[in-house]
Design a protein around this ligand. Structure first.
Ligand SMILES: *[C@@H]1O[C@H](CO)[C@@H](O)[C@H](O)[C@H]1NC(C)=O
Ligand SMILES: *[C@@H]1O[C@H](CO)[C@@H](O)[C@H](O)[C@H]1NC(C)=O
Ligand SMILES: *[C@@H]1O[C@H](CO)[C@@H](O)[C@H](O)[C@H]1NC(C)=O
Ligand SMILES: *[C@@H]1O[C@H](CO)[C@@H](O)[C@H](O)[C@H]1NC(C)=O
Ligand SMILES: *[C@@H]1O[C@H](CO)[C@@H](O)[C@H](O)[C@H]1NC(C)=O
Ligand SMILES: *[C@@H]1O[C@H](CO)[C@@H](O)[C@H](O)[C@H]1NC(C)=O
Ligand SMILES: *[C@@H]1O[C@H](CO)[C@@H](O)[C@H](O)[C@H]1NC(C)=O
Ligand SMILES: *[C@@H]1O[C@H](CO)[C@@H](O)[C@H](O)[C@H]1NC(C)=O
Ligand SMILES: *[C@@H]1O[C@H](CO)[C@@H](O)[C@H](O)[C@H]1NC(C)=O
Ligand SMILES: *[C@@H]1O[C@H](CO)[C@@H](O)[C@H](O)[C@H]1NC(C)=O
Ligand SMILES: *[C@@H]1O[C@H](CO)[C@@H](O)[C@H](O)[C@H]1NC(C)=O
Length: 857
């Protein structure tokens, strides 16, 4: 009776706790919101409310000018924001705090207010470290107009702060009226894009080498094709296209359409647009080709193209983004037309399986294009082959100049009395740093021990800089100066023990779905109905506090469609509990061998490998960057209800650069059979160790057998060795999983096995990056799709059927046409339906599935 009563109280407490908990837990799922930092009203200490944003006075910022003066004039100024300007007689900077390795937007507003001032005579440069944003810049052009010059840049910032420096030219001065700097949504622009090369005999779309994140982009044109001037949710201004239309007679505006089906998940990449890519006003209007025929007996549509011609700098790389939204067709695959750049065919545009099947789905293609010496960029759409709907259209267009880094930018001078001095000292005693970490860790363990003896319900952790990157020392000093790294990870992810007890029937054995060195994993249902996997540590388990913290720090920083999401954690009463999204379909291994699950078809396996590769690529190169998983294996690749792969278990993961220091490795970790032999020998951990392990997973997927199988003859025990042996002997065919043997296209298999071979190279430096692996796997998938695509009526000649079926799901990395010719020889079979689109929408949020941890560790 008393117990029953207690439970009742417990439950009501839970309800309150859950309510409190989830009011904060909901926050991350809202995704991106534009931050208030930094909207700066320069030359002023007062705030101005302009287009819904409050631009605050610049005194909130760190600057190096104290006595520079401001000017102001109330007359004939379009906005209060432009009533003041900061004027610089000498080199001056503003310093902004930033999150390292994130993409930022920077906008500089210049309004040379007339007529009493002489602002328009200012000539100056503006720079950020490594890049000239503006050179020999003046505002003479803007003097007579009544609007400000706004220069906008996308910058991938690698350091925890950014200085924007104004450099007046000799005997001149510089000024600025307003500055905006804010974090962009994830994947607004990705690092990897295709470069379109048109001047050569075979036009080519190969990856843009070096990626966009090592450059700065400067907005040149943002065009709402067929529509009106509009501002979007990132305060970007879109303008109509008419003045850029080269052949206006061929086109008409389509009437606005409002019910655009955006991709809900704003944090993942892919060709589908989300609501930050471009607004409804842009996707809902288009320029469409006119039927040029005047002869009523013409059944055929008379072909006409629409071409836009936009002024750009000559012979300079430009980032080109083309926005499409087919709200004309009732179903996918009905409209196909050609896209051209400088009148050279680029690709067929088609709302096909790569684009969401929920129509009308907005999508976009990105290219980097070198402008020619005409001073214009020409982009055109031409109605496609007969048999399809006869429209060609374009909804939006963005052109940004690619600014390369420049060594002529003077480096930021060292700030006096700052951390830098400390850094120099610290930098020279890296060994000392390691010692500090060890001492801190030991101190913590000691603390923990004390706490055990004297139980207190207190959950503060000591700072351990596990995520420190290239600037690990600065991180440490920052941590100590700010007290704790936990503000970073607290993020409202904390879940009370009492709720987890209620979610897992007080950690009842019937709820166990996995066991690992760390402890048990339970299935649970949170009070809001969300099904989760609850990973609870056992006291004295192999995986300890540092791993626990690593996992929270790493996971709370990153969200990616192909990485298992952390829902929360609990650290009450010496508990170390992590709560993840539940992965319905279990581990990849569960679908390969020793299983009752039906055998997965080859194409599905490829898609799973691609998903996992994306996840790992993101860990290595994505927003947080430089994270090495260290335990890649088929049981750490989980599948959701739609068989979308997600990489799990970052308990061992480390940021790369730590180990690049003479870091005293605490011993090789990982799982036998997947372990990189080079890492094993040298104890030097690099991203290439993950690549090796992933290569083993690929073999496992191909052969559907255990990576270590002691029951087999000696030379076959280790799958990696045996697989390479067979590949070299040319008998790989013989060890392929018999249930998929018949399905694999030979070209696809060749590409796949080459990829495996590259991953398993002895020397880490000979192995590809995860990005390359991803690329190769996508290619293998395209070869496979090419082999069993439905033959399409109008594309019976081999060359066009190849281009039609070879649109990659992610157009940012189009293979070069020359390499595509391999696909032309492949057999065309009509038995396979093309898998529809990107299922991220349907998979979103609602479905959580099972997380399993094996005890192989
Ligand atoms: C700024 O102005 C908008 C309307 O223009 C208003 O809705 C908003 O509340 C104002 N913000 C502040 C902080 O005054
Ligand atoms: C502002 O401009 C007007 C002319 O438009 C001028 O008469 C006035 O003196 C200026 N005010 C200041 C403070 O410079
Ligand atoms: C122009 O502005 C600079 C800086 O404000 C000032 O030093 C200079 O005297 C001005 N020149 C004229 C002609 O007003
Ligand atoms: C301002 O810049 C333009 C080019 O951007 C240049 O043609 C012009 O001469 C410059 N004006 C002055 C006064 O320096
Ligand atoms: C100023 O206008 C001229 C012609 O209108 C143009 O060529 C030049 O690039 C413009 N300069 C700037 C800095 O915008
Ligand atoms: C401004 O930029 C130009 C072009 O890069 C450079 O030659 C000049 O030295 C720079 N001037 C200053 C003061 O930074
Ligand atoms: C219209 O098309 C028909 C068939 O293509 C052709 O015979 C006829 O001459 C055309 N009429 C004109 C006015 O072009
Ligand atoms: C194009 O226009 C001609 C003449 O107006 C018409 O007969 C023909 O059906 C149209 N073609 C299409 C595909 O709409
Ligand atoms: C578009 O049409 C113009 C003539 O109207 C032609 O010169 C150009 O080559 C065409 N472009 C394409 C890609 O067909
Ligand atoms: C579209 O491009 C394909 C491939 O280059 C070409 O065969 C076809 O003729 C083009 N269609 C039009 C209408 O230009
Ligand atoms: C940012 O990325 C660069 C390059 O990937 C890496 O060297 C650096 O350590 C990263 N910095 C942080 C703080 O993650």
């Amino acid at each position: 009776m008393a117990i029953l009563q207690f439970h009742r109280i417990l439950r009501s407490v839970c309800v309150v706790l859950v309510f409190l908990q989830f009011s904060s837990l909901q926050l991350p799922s809202l995704g991106y919101v534009i931050q208030d930092k930094y909207f700066i009203n320069c030359g002023s200490d007062s705030s101005v409310n302009e287009s819904g944003k409050v631009y605050v006075g610049e005194s909130t910022l760190k600057t190096n000018f104290d006595s520079s003066y401001t000017e102001s004039n109330q007359s004939a100024v379009p906005s209060p924001l432009y009533q003041t300007a900061r004027i610089f007689g000498k080199e001056s900077w503003y310093k902004f705090n930033t999150d390292p390795n994130e993409s930022y937007l920077v906008r500089l507003h210049f309004f040379p207010f007339p007529p009493s001032s002489n602002l328009s005579s200012a000539t100056f440069n503006v720079s950020v470290p490594g890049f000239w944003l503006l050179q020999n810049f003046n505002t003479t052009n803007a003097t007579n107009s009544n609007s400000a010059l706004v220069n906008e840049f996308y910058i991938q910032i690698t350091s925890p702060s950014l200085r924007i420096t104004f450099r007046p030219l000799p005997s001149s001065f510089a000024f600025v009226n307003a500055i905006e700097l804010f974090l962009l949504p994830l994947h607004l622009i990705d690092d990897q894009v295709a470069r379109f090369t048109y001047g050569v005999s075979t036009p080519d779309t190969s990856p843009y080498s070096g990626g966009l994140y090592s450059r700065v982009l400067e907005t040149k044109h943002r065009i709402n094709v067929g529509g009106q001037t509009t501002n979007d949710n990132l305060l970007r201004k879109w303008i109509p296209d008419d003045t850029y239309l080269a052949n206006r007679e061929n086109a008409h505006n389509s009437s606005p359409y409002n019910d655009i089906k955006y991709r809900a998940n704003v944090d993942s990449d892919g060709p589908n647009a989300n609501l930050f890519t471009a607004p409804t006003d842009v996707y809902g209007t288009a320029k469409v080709t006119k039927n040029m025929s005047t002869n009523a007996s013409d059944v055929e549509y008379k072909l006409s193209n629409i071409t836009w011609s936009l002024p750009v700098e000559k012979n300079t790389d430009h980032f080109l983004r083309l926005h499409f939204c087919d709200f004309f067709s009732l179903q996918t695959d009905l409209t196909v037309f050609n896209l051209s750049i400088y009148d050279v065919h680029v690709m067929p545009v088609n709302n096909d399986a790569n684009v969401s099947s929920v129509l009308p789905a907005p999508y976009y293609y990105d290219f980097v294009v070198l402008s020619d010496d005409s001073g214009f960029m020409r982009v055109g759409v031409t109605p496609g082959a007969s048999g399809y709907v006869h429209n060609a259209f374009l909804n939006g267009l963005e052109i940004m100049k690619v600014i390369e880094s420049s060594t002529s930018v003077p480096p930021d001078p060292v700030e006096p009395n700052s951390k830098h001095k400390l850094l120099v000292v610290l930098g020279s005693v890296v060994g000392g740093l390691v010692l500090v970490v060890v001492v801190v860790a030991l101190g913590f363990l000691w603390h923990l021990k004390l706490r055990k003896e004297k139980p207190v319900e207190n959950s503060d952790w000591l700072p351990i800089p596990v995520t420190a990157g290239g600037s690990s020392h600065s991180r440490l000093t920052e941590l100590t100066s700010q007290g704790s790294p936990l503000p970073n990870i607290n993020l409202g992810l904390k879940i009370s023990l009492i709720e987890l007890q209620s979610a897992t029937k007080n950690f009842h054995a019937s709820q166990i779905i996995g066991k690992g060195g760390f402890g048990n994993v339970y299935k649970g249902v949170l009070n809001n109905g969300m099904t989760v996997a609850v990973k609870r540590s056992q006291p004295g388990s192999g995986q300890g506090l540092p791993e626990f913290q690593t996992e929270i720090m790493v996971l709370s920083k990153i969200r990616h469609r192909h990485l298992v999401s952390l829902i929360g954690y609990c650290d009450e009463r010496l508990e170390m509990i992590l709560v993840y999204e539940y992965m319905e379909k279990g581990t990849l291994r569960d679908h390969l061998y020793n299983t009752n699950s039906p055998s997965l078809p080859w194409k599905q396996r490829l898609e799973i490998c691609i998903g996992a590769a994306r996840g790992l690529h993101y860990l290595h190169k994505g927003a947080s960057g430089g994270i090495i998983h260290r335990d890649v294996k088929s049981t750490n690749i989980l599948l959701d209800v739609n068989l979308v792969a997600k990489v799990a278990d970052f308990g061992l993961s480390r940021s790369g650069p730590i180990d690049a220091q003479p870091y005293v490795s605490t011993g090789v970790k990982g799982t036998f059979g997947y372990l990189d032999p080079e890492y094993f020998r040298s104890q030097q951990l690099t991203e290439k160790s993950d690549v090796y392990s992933f290569g083993v997973v690929l073999l496992e997927v191909l052969c559907a057998r255990a990576v270590i199988d002691p029951s087999l003859p000696r030379e076959q025990i280790n799958l990696a060795e045996w697989g390479m042996h067979c590949k070299n002997k040319g008998i790989l065919q013989e060890i392929i999983d018999p249930s998929i043997k018949g399905q694999i296209d030979q070209n696809s298999l060749r590409k796949f096995s080459e990829t495996v071979e590259k991953c398993l190279q002895e020397d880490g430096s000979d192995r590809p990056t995860m990005g390359d692996v991803l690329w190769d796997l996508e290619y293998a998938l395209q070869l496979q799709k090419g082999a069993n695509a439905i033959p399409r009526e109008p594309y019976e000649d081999s060359s066009s059927s190849a281009t039609a079926s070879l649109q990659l799901p992610n157009v940012r990395r189009l293979p070069s046409l020359s390499t595509l010719s391999e696909a032309d020889d492949s057999i065309v079979r009509g038995d396979d339906t093309i898998v529809r689109g990107d299922d991220s929408d349907s998979a979103a949020d609602s479905v959580f599935s099972q997380l399993k941890i094996d005890d192989a560790r």
